[in-house]
Design a protein around this ligand. Structure first.
Ligand code: FES
Length: 353
């Protein structure tokens, strides 16, 4: 009878999703995505955009079937799709499933709500600002994480912390914010209309953090994606991590390079070796630039350190096409997909791909 009623009225029984490593089972009804059901049942499932563009809710389908609200392939690489990854925010269950979620760092602080005010705003380039927010109380986070930011009532955007955390929390936190043409928040910020504006912070969030290991670290930043990598590398340096590091920074022109002083400081006493390579894609041919040109991913294979790629780890933040291309190059060279970690931009200019 229940089956007949379901056929007649189109109602579907909830399906059960087993979530590893949380070791919980949740019921997911036919109108919910896997992410919606997890959050409704108080599971701290990693997520950010909730619209299928950032990849934060990426998880591996171990068993069962799902359907995709939007094609997972818009955000996940070919290699990730082949390895069985799905996006929880775009997945509806067609059967009971088991999914494996990336574990947050063991010492990840729980997200909280903070209040603050913009204390400083400095130009890094013509379209990227460093914005420092003074908080109502110190905030703890893991290097590489991000927060959702609400400024003067303008809807939340997610920005990565641009500096290493401090032992007792940071009273001031800094983000790098790129101007988005027509963007409600950034148009006002770049017009100088948000000095001392009230800021609401929800965080920290995210699973982009330095994993344990001894092998080399390959970092790639594109455009305004330098912030989480600076945080991660400053923290690694403070903690005396001893691993070879190659850092590539893709920008359009020399005028779009920033954060070079911080990178130099990280590199200065990094052991055993830190190599920094900026790569410019649109630098005028007749300029005085003597460095590499083109896209970072075209130079990646030649710049990887010596050693067994199976032991390398990669950390990237930048536009989705850069990350997708880099994942293809790196997995092709033998770096395990599970050792490649990234944060994709989710601002409007990329969400509309
Ligand atoms: S939360 Fe699912 S892709 Fe962003």
């Amino acid at each position: 009878m229940a089956g007949l009623l379901r056929k007649l009225f189109g109602k579907s029984e909830p399906q059960i999703a087993s979530l590893k490593p949380f070791d919980v089972e949740i019921a997911v009804d036919g109108s919910q995505t896997l992410l919606e059901a997890a959050l409704a049942q108080d599971v701290a499932f990693p997520h950010n955009c909730t619209v299928g563009t950032c990849g934060s809710c990426k998880c591996r389908l171990v068993s069962g079937k799902v359907s995709a609200l939007t094609d997972f392939g818009y955000t996940l690489s070919k290699e990730e799709l082949e390895a069985g990854f799905i996006l929880a925010c775009q997945a509806r269950l067609k059967s009971a499933v088991t999914v494996e979620v990336e574990s947050p760092a063991a010492n990840t602080p729980p997200p909280e709500q903070f209040q603050g005010r913009i204390a400083r705003s400095d130009d890094l380039t013509h379209d990227i600002k460093s914005v420092t927010v003074a908080l109502d109380r110190p905030m703890n986070y893991i290097a590489g994480q991000y927060a959702n930011v609400l400024v003067d009532g303008i809807p939340a955007r997610s920005y990565s912390f641009a500096a290493a955390p401090e032992r007792n929390g940071r009273q001031e936190i800094t983000f790098y914010i790129r101007k988005i043409p027509g963007g409600a928040l950034t148009e006002r910020l770049f017009a100088g209309q948000l000095s001392a504006a009230a800021v609401g912070i929800d965080g920290p969030h995210g699973t982009f953090y330095l994993r344990q290991g001894d092998g080399p670290i390959i970092c790639i930043a594109g455009g305004s994606g330098l912030a989480p990598l600076l945080s991660l590398l400053q923290d690694a340096r403070k903690n005396r991590v001893r691993r070879r590091c190659v850092m590539l920074f893709g920008a359009r022109t020399q005028a779009d390079l920033y954060g070079l002083d911080q990178i130099e400081e990280i590199a200065r006493d990094w052991l055993p070796a830190f190599r920094f390579v900026p790569v410019l894609s649109h630098e005028p041919e007749d300029s005085d630039w003597r460095g590499l040109r083109g896209f970072v991913t075209s130079h990646l294979a030649a710049l990887l350190p010596q050693g067994d790629p199976a032991e390398f780890q990669s950390y990237m933040c930048g536009p989705p096409p850069m990350i997708d291309a880099a994942v293809t190059v790196m997995t092709g060279l033998g770096i395990p997909l599970a050792s490649i970690h990234y944060d994709k931009f989710t601002d409007a200019s990329f969400a509309a791909r």
